[in-house]
Design a protein around this ligand. Structure first.
Ligand code: SAH
Length: 497
């Protein structure tokens, strides 16, 4: 009979935060194993010290190199793999001899723990049990004494060893977050928090529940003083909204949700929506944004954009953080221009306005159909609500003369029915009837349909407000694939004139 393998979580540092099961398992084990860096000290052993007896066989698994960052040169991986193999073999020898082995792990064994390397090598060969432990995440939140995540908030756990841009994007999109593995990474993490606009929310916890514990505002921590055993925490934002904000700190952020919903919302936009006190926009787009306690929503129809812009700027002037919400990209036939137009007027000169980019419908539709926008193209709205049809017709002719691919937004609606037929007539004067056309409706949404057909077969009655049309140039290709679909692309090479 072989022995049993245990991965034993010991909690964050205070021995009284060990579980009863952890103590029981150590008590029954023949072998107690733990990892250490080259200095030979083991935090795990220190936590469990009271439960380790004279007759326990102790196995110190000493890393040959320091593991506190991952930016080591090549060879690091190989050296570690050899170490894990050798360590696993040592434990396997005990297990084969029928001895029960408890591998100690600070915090929880399956949460960024060294135990996992043993688990992956041994758990399929020997009966194994993992004893969960209190993680540093829970310990840090407890020490701060602030709610960590509530209601629909999502907790993001981020290793501080990630590159700065990746940290920034993750933090910008996060509700609550905990950044682990600080130490040397601290200056990078601090910059990322600042770039994500979250530095003021960030807390710092060092050695939670251990001797030498320290907590405070992260912004005021001396980077030189930060050890590896520390975390950054962005606590829950529920109920910590506008009340704590100073006068004059309001702003308007113009955000695009992307063509449909969550998967195409950029991390930056997601963060801006979550961090806003007020959301202003056309109800259809606001409905794509999950509700948050404490946040006010001001839905409207999609008619008078300047009124919505003025409303948003007025709120910001009173110190509120306002997100104006558009679909797609906010700068493409959407709210960004209206906000900037109004903001240019005297009373709003001091109100900060930012525009965040989003995925526009043309790009989403093009990707679904292949790469029809791979070469030069023109973006034109067929709506004659804000410009005369003659201007539209003239632009279509000019774009055709230049052999540009066309992305046609707002092609038609219940009240605008003739524009597509007129546009097709005009296009056919310049382009072959076989020209590929992508008819993309509700891209990314529940009723998505993307079809590639010939310009001559474009049926105006099949086009509505949720449709975008991509009209090929003389060079655009459409090719049937083995699975029955059609892909289109526009080559990047243009034939010599
Ligand atoms: N700011 C938006 C465009 C607003 S104009 C953007 O960048 O995408 C509204 C038009 O966008 C619609 O009439 C339609 O032509 C197009 N559109 C927006 N979302 C779409 C989607 N999911 N699928 C197809 N077309 C879409």
């Amino acid at each position: 009979m072989t022995g049993r393998l245990y991965g034993v979580g010991l909690g964050p540092g205070d021995p009284s935060l060990m579980t009863l099961r952890a103590a029981e398992v150590i008590g029954e084990a023949d072998v107690v194993a733990y990892h250490s860096a080259r200095h030979g000290r083991s935090l795990a052993r220190t936590i469990a010290a009271k439960h380790i007896r004279e007759d326990h066989i102790e196995e110190l698994l000493m890393y040959p190199i320091t593991v506190e960052t991952t930016d080591h040169p090549g060879g690091y991986r190989g050296a570690l793999d050899d170490f894990y193999e050798e360590a696993a073999a040592r434990l396997a020898a005990h297990l084969d001899a029928g001895r029960t082995v408890a591998v100690l792990a600070e915090g929880d064994p399956l949460f960024y723990g060294s135990y996992q390397h043993m688990h992956k090598r041994l758990a399929h060969r020997y009966p194994t049990e993992v004893v969960p432990g209190v993680t540093s995440v829970s310990a840090a939140a407890a020490r701060l004494g602030e709610p960590l995540c509530e209601a629909e908030e999502t907790l993001t756990i981020i290793p501080g060893t990630l590159p700065e841009d990746e940290l920034t994007a993750r933090l910008a999109a996060a509700d609550s977050a905990v950044v682990m593995k600080l130490g040397r990474t601290f200056p990078t993490v601090r910059r990322a928090l600042e770039r994500a606009g979250r530095l003021d929310d960030a807390r710092y916890v060092e050695r939670a529940t251990m001797a030498g514990e320290r907590t405070g505002e992260l912004a005021s921590v001396d980077p030189q003083s930060v050890p590896y055993f520390s975390v950054a925490v962005l606590p829950s934002r529920v109920d910590t909204g506008p009340a704590v904000r100073e006068e004059g700190s309001g702003e308007v952020v113009v955000v695009g949700t992307g063509p449909a919903g969550a998967p195409w919302l950029t991390p930056e936009s997601r963060g801006a929506l979550a961090g806003a006190d007020d959301l202003v926009g056309y109800t259809t787009y606001l409905d794509r944004v999950p509700a948050r306690p404490g946040q006010r929503r001001h839905g409207s129809d999609n008619k008078v954009e300047s009124e919505r812009a003025e409303f948003a700027l007025d709120l910001a002037r009173k110190g509120r953080r306002v997100a104006v919400v558009s679909g797609g990209d906010p700068g493409v036939f959407a709210m960004a221009t209206a906000v900037l137009e109004v903001a240019a007027q005297e009373p709003y000169a001091d109100v900060p306005v930012r525009v965040l980019p989003g995925v526009t419908a043309a790009n989403a539709a093009a990707a679904r159909a292949g790469a029809p926008l791979g070469h030069d193209y023109a973006t034109i709205s067929l709506s004659d609500r804000l410009k005369p049809w003659e201007v539209i017709a003239e632009r279509l002719r000019a774009a055709c003369a230049a052999d540009l691919v066309l992305a046609l937004y707002n092609p038609g609606s219940r009240s605008r029915t003739w524009q597509v037929a007129k546009a097709r007539e005009l296009l056919l004067e310049h382009r072959a009837p076989d020209t590929p056309v992508v008819v993309a409706r509700d891209v990314g949404g529940p009723e998505e349909s993307v079809r590639v057909l010939r310009l001559a077969d474009l049926e105006p009655s099949e086009v509505d407000m949720r449709t975008i049309l991509l009209i090929g140039s003389s060079q655009t290709q459409a090719v049937a694939r083995a699975d029955g679909s059609t892909v289109t692309w526009t080559p990047r090479r243009y034939p010599e004139a």
